[in-house]
Design a protein around this ligand. Structure first.
Ligand SMILES: C[S@@+](CC[C@H](N)C(=O)[O-])C[C@H]1O[C@@H](n2cnc3c(N)ncnc32)[C@H](O)[C@@H]1O
Length: 219
């Protein structure tokens, strides 16, 4: 498989190429090791299981993990016989190569910028973990539109939200943005999706971290 080269310089949002190039080299190699002992990692895995196991088998024949990162959900997705195809999508070549360490005949990999381009691949269910808080709200409006466009039915994501109407500037060392709950729900509705289930993760940090399952309206 051949990958195109990274574009250099600022994109329209000014953030996407910077963010993708941040996920390379040694950070990719240490990404999972330095995170998976944190209880939040287990919370994310548990909630993904809960939602995926509740989804009708007809709505998870084709699944996409966007951005796939290290392909952390590989075993769970591979073991589910109802899932026939998994699209692994990321904008970082190094992450894609790392994700390919975990593979079977139902896994397919593609490079894609989910901010400015989106993906032409349409799946029944899209998983998007640890992504939406990396960007400011204007950028996540674009990402959400692209994620919703690529899902026929379900979108399962993690997101840190606040009841305040103000979006916070980036906080924490890893530059996490906290988005307004109301604005986030509006952005989902603008793309014809609505939240149907959520579970919060208690920590000391500002806002509340959720796994959130949204469904396309009318389905
Ligand atoms: C914090 S990691 C999350 C990875 C995985 N979902 C997880 O839960 O571990 C963020 C991922 O977003 C990818 N990424 C950053 N900007 C992107 C963009 N514009 N389009 C697609 N992927 C992007 C990075 O390469 C990285 O793999």
């Amino acid at each position: 498989m051949r990958f195109p080269k990274f574009r250099v310089g600022k994109t329209a949002s000014g953030t996407s190429s910077t963010m993708a190039t941040a996920y390379r080299g040694s950070l990719v190699k240490s990404y999972e090791k330095s995170r998976k002992n944190n209880p939040k990692w287990a919370f994310e895995e548990d909630t993904l299981r809960t939602v995926m196991n509740a989804i009708d088998p007809s709505e998870k024949r084709i699944v996409a993990d966007i951005p796939v990162g290290t392909n952390r959900f590989y075993q769970f997705l591979d073991d589910d016989p109802e899932i026939k195809i998994v699209h692994c999508i990321d904008n970082s070549v190094d992450m894609l190569i790392e994700s390919m360490m975990r593979t079977s005949s139902k896994f397919f990999y593609s490079r894609c910028d989910m901010i400015d381009e989106g993906t032409p691949i349409v799946s029944d269910t899209v998983i998007s973990y640890r992504f939406l808080n990396l960007f400011d709200f204007n950028t996540i409006e674009k990402i959400l539109a692209n994620l919703c466009h690529s899902s026929r039915r379900n979108l399962i994501m993690t997101i840190r939200l606040s009841e305040s109407h103000e979006e916070s500037g980036s906080v924490f060392q890893n530059k996490i943005h906290i988005h307004s709950r109301a604005r986030f729900d509006e952005a989902l509705a603008a793309n014809d999706f609505e939240p149907v289930w959520e579970k919060g993760y208690a920590d000391e940090k500002p806002g509340e971290y959720f796994t959130l399952h949204a469904r396309r309206n009318g389905h």
